[in-house]
Design a protein around this ligand. Structure first.
Ligand SMILES: [Zn+2]
Length: 415
C-alpha cells in the first residue's frame, strides 16, 4: 500500500507546483529557464524553500543544482537520490524536468508529514543544466554531482560570449569550488527519476506510466556526397552524377535499416544541397544521420549496414562518399534490480506493465557513472515535448507519484 492518503491530492499538489515553477521564466511563450540565468536562481531559491518546508536540509550546491536531504533513521546517509532537472529549452513546457523534481519532493513531504524514515536517506536533486541550451554542453549539473564537471564545461561560452565561469560568478557561485558538488559513491545507493515520456508510446498503449529499460545509445554522422554540378537542361538523365539522388536513396535506407532492428530509430534531420538552385544539378550534398538504440550491438550493426549500403549507392551513382562519425554514445541501461522494483511499484499502483527505452538523453546517463539508475515515464499528450503545448493529466501524475512513493518505501539497495 502506498502511504498517500489521497493520490488525487498528490496529483493536484504536484501540478500546481509545476504551474508555479513554470511561471519563473524569461518573457515569451512557454517556459525559458536557462542555466545560470536569473530565472534559474529564482527557481532554485523557491525549490530550496519547498524542500525545507518538506523537512529536508536543502541548499544550492557549487554547480547551481538544488540538493535536499531527508535523512535516514540514523540522521544521515547513504542516500537514494531522486529528482530531475530544473532547466528548460527555449519556449519549453512546464513538465520536462520539473515533474520529476516536484514528484520526488511531494513523496518526501508525505513521508515527512508521517514522520517516517528509512535505513537510508532520500536526496531530492533539481539538476541545474540537463538541456545544455545556453552553453551547448549537456548534463553540467549531474556531471558536477558525479565529479565529472570537466574542462570542456569551463571553456564553454554562451551566444553572447559569456564564459561559463563568468556566468557562475554572476550567479553567485565560485567556479574553483565546483568539485565540492561531487557526491561520494558510498553515500549514494541509487538514482531514480520520474520524467514525461516525450514520445507517443504510452498514449498509444493507453497507460499512465511506463518502465524505462535503458537510455538509448546514439550514433551521429555527417554524410558528404560529391558529384558533378552541371546544367539542369543540357545533361541527359543517364549521364548525370547527381549526389542528391544518392542522398535520396540514403534517406530511405536509413528508414529501412532502422526499422529492421528492435527498439532502434534512425533520422535524417538535415540535408543541404550546393549550389541549391532550381536550374543546376547539385554538385555537393551533405546530410546527417542520427541513430539510436537501447542495445549497442544493434546500433553498431545498423550503422555498419548503413555504411555498406551508402557505399553501394554512391558507387552505382558515380558520386564520392564521405562518412564522418561525430558522436558514438553508449547505451545506458537501467539496473535490472531497479527495473524489477519499479515493476512492483507500478503493479502496486494497479497499472499494467509496459517497458520502453528512452530515446532522449537524461541526467541518469551521468548518474549511472556513480550508481545504479531507474526511470519511470509518465504519459504526455500526443508525445509532445520541448513545446508550450506539453501536457500531462493530474491523474497520470498521481499514478507516477504513487509508483515513486511505493518504490522508495520498498527500496532494497545495497545499503
Ligand atoms: Zn528532461
Amino acid at each position: 500500500m502506498s502511504t498517500y492518503l489521497s493520490e488525487a491530492d498528490a496529483g493536484k499538489r504536484i501540478m500546481s507546483r509545476c504551474d508555479e515553477l513554470g511561471s519563473i521564466s524569461e518573457p515569451g511563450e512557454g517556459v525559458t529557464r536557462l542555466y545560470l540565468s536569473p530565472e534559474h536562481r529564482l527557481a532554485a531559491e523557491v525549490l530550496v524553500r519547498w524542500m525545507q518546508d518538506a523537512g529536508m536540509d536543502a541548499r544550492i550546491d557549487e554547480a547551481g543544482n538544488v540538493v535536499g536531504r531527508y535523512h535516514s533513521v540514523n540522521g544521515g546517509g547513504p542516500y537514494l537520490v531522486t529528482g530531475s532537472h530544473m532547466d528548460s529549452v527555449v519556449n519549453a513546457g512546464r513538465y520536462d524536468g520539473p515533474l520529476g523534481v516536484l514528484t520526488s519532493l511531494d513523496c518526501v513531504a508525505v513521508l515527512g508529514n508521517q514522520g517516517r524514515r528509512f535505513p537510508f536517506g532520500i536526496e531530492v536533486v533539481a539538476f541545474a543544466d540537463e538541456e545544455g541550451v545556453r552553453f551547448r554542453t549537456t548534463l553540467a549539473g549531474s556531471r558536477a554531482v558525479t565529479g565529472r564537471f570537466g574542462e570542456d564545461l569551463f571553456a564553454a561560452k554562451d551566444a553572447n560570449g559569456v564564459s561559463l565561469p563568468t556566468a557562475m560568478r554572476e550567479f553567485g557561485l565560485d567556479p574553483a569550488k565546483v568539485h565540492l558538488a561531487a557526491h561520494l559513491s558510498d553515500q549514494v545507493i541509487g538514482y531514480v527519476e520520474v520524467h514525461i515520456e516525450q514520445g507517443p508510446v504510452l498514449q498509444a498503449a493507453n497507460l499512465p506510466v511506463g518502465i524505462v529499460t535503458a537510455i538509448s545509445g546514439q550514433t551521429r554522422a555527417v554524410i558528404k556526397l560529391k558529384g558533378a554540378a552541371n546544367h539542369a537542361g543540357t545533361v541527359p538523365m543517364g549521364m548525370r552524377h547527381d549526389p542528391l539522388l544518392a542522398a535520396s536513396e540514403i534517406v530511405l535506407e536509413v528508414e529501412r535499416v532502422a526499422s529492421s532492428f528492435p527498439n532502434t530509430v534512425g533520422t535524417v534531420g538535415s540535408l543541404k544541397t550546393e549550389p541549391g538552385v532550381i536550374n543546376v544539378i547539385p554538385g555537393d550534398v551533405s546530410l546527417t544521420v542520427d541513430l539510436r538504440s537501447q542495445a549497442d550491438c544493434d546500433r553498431n550493426a545498423a550503422f555498419a549496414e548503413l555504411g555498406a549500403a551508402f557505399e553501394l549507392i554512391a558507387a552505382r551513382r558515380g558520386v564520392r562518399l564521405e562518412i564522418d562519425k561525430i558522436l558514438d554514445l553508449k547505451s545506458c541501461p537501467c539496473a535490472p534490480s531497479f527495473i524489477s522494483q519499479i515493476e512492483s511499484a507500478v503493479e502496486g499502483a494497479g497499472v499494467r506493465l509496459l517497458h520502453l527505452p528512452s530515446g532522449a538523453g537524461h541526467d541518469g546517463m551521468a548518474m549511472s557513472e556513480l550508481t545504479d539508475i531507474g526511470m519511470i515515464f509518465v504519459r504526455c499528450k500526443d508525445g509532445i515535448s520541448h513545446s508550450p503545448d506539453e501536457s500531462v493529466t493530474t491523474e497520470d501524475v498521481a499514478v507516477g507519484a504513487a509508483a515513486l512513493l511505493r518504490f522508495i518505501e520498498n527500496f532494497q539497495g545495497n545499503q
